[in-house]
Design a protein around this ligand. Sequence first.
Ligand code: HEM
Length: 474
Amino acid sequence: MNIFLLLSLLLLPIFFLLTRRGKPLKRVPPGSLGIPILGQSLGLLRAMRTNTAEKWMAERAKRYGPISKMSLFGKPTVFIYGQAANKFVFTSDGSKLSNQQTDSVRMILGDRCLLELSGEDHKRVRNALSSFLKPDSLKNYVGKIEDEVMRHLEMHWQGKQKVTVLPLMKTLTFNIICSLLFGLERGARRDAFVEYFQQMIEGMWSIPINMPFTRFNRSLKASAKVQKMLRDLICEKRSELEKGAPPHQDLITCLLSIRGNDNNELVSEDEIIHNVMLIMVAGHDTSSVLITFIIRLLANDKTILEAVLKEQEEIRNSKLSRELLTWEDLGKMKYTWRVAMETLRTTPPIFGGFRKTVEDIEYEGYLIPKGWQIFWVTSMTHMDGDIFPEPSKFDPDRFGNAAAIPPYCFVPFGGGPRICPGYEFAKIETLVTIHPLITHFTWKLCCKDDSFRRDPMPVPTQGLPVQLVSKKLL
Ligand code: HEM
């Protein structure tokens, strides 16, 4: 046989192995997938618990560069970071990247919540939620939120010498969501709801094996009870609407009142229930962490405390005693919101997130195979000295001109079509809570150990106990 023919026959399989449709195959990114199933999960979780996750990620980046592979939570994962990487994650459409949640989250929150939806369904449900969560609509509820805050402070802060901030802030943000978004007023029903809800979230980050007496099993049962209560609530809201109740009194009523071209409800009952559960989880944990870390900062930094106090007292002095805050007042709280933004930069409540590749993807010269996870991490751009000079310094004035911050670099709320729809809601809650706190109380940290761990949200040592002094009655 001709030697060239023989060589071609021998090399043909190798050619097919190395190419796909004639194109040379790219390499997958550098790094190791680690031990099967466990991969690097334990290392990352350990780093989160000891508050060294940022260092853990930075060491990886130093070793492998801006793109590397690992294995997290049983799945091959590519970690990418930087402005271009954030843009790629946040703006890629559903044909390239889809949202990626753990099985336990999907089974507990349901398969019609925003995290599970894509394309036109995602747009339809998100637009419906945003019609209530947009500033034009929320500005009418500043007084109602303040009402919840004042009641909370009277019950849990006034007259107390010591309080633990994080659990109290969770109670407060949960109550605000119950009253404003679900129209669920105080009473036995709300108390039962809180109890089931707590059980429900306890199993959200557990291994999804549904065996009796496991956390996950308890969580699934609680989720079924929460869903049943929401179904009853929807029934009541629907009949109130039919009797002429205003469509914008709460989020559920608002969603029920939105009609499609055929005059049917645009958002199905399952979609309302699953998204209400998502909002309970996404909305109360995150804002409570932000407010807690602002309170911690104000105890540690006298100069910033004085500047925030000055701004808030000017607003208080411009109002009659007990006069409620307005949307215009919030617009004057510019410095306080800069402090909140800098808190979100230095301690983002959401560490990062996952997407999944829908097809083989080429990124920065590497192949990311179909079905792999992509892991984006908030702090990698937030702590980049080229974007935020002296990144470890707490400096609210960085946000004096927010437009000067390059796009996709400050991402505590994500970006693109899945950017957090609760941004304005979180802003109102934060400003309305800080106002009476700083004008009525002073506080000192009780714990000598002023550090925190991630669980996966940042949790200050012992939940941040503070010693409290009331300056004047509420
Ligand atoms: C400080 C407070 C908050 C922070 C830092 C925060 C952060 C985030 C982040 C990082 C995402 C993921 C974006 C992505 O994957 O691209 C997200 C999504 C989401 N957030 Fe927030 N959030 C906060 C408050 C809220 C509030 C108050 C609500 C509701 C009232 C809310 C509702 C949601 C929902 C429904 C999603 C899913 C959006 C989608 O997939 O289209 N969040 N949030």
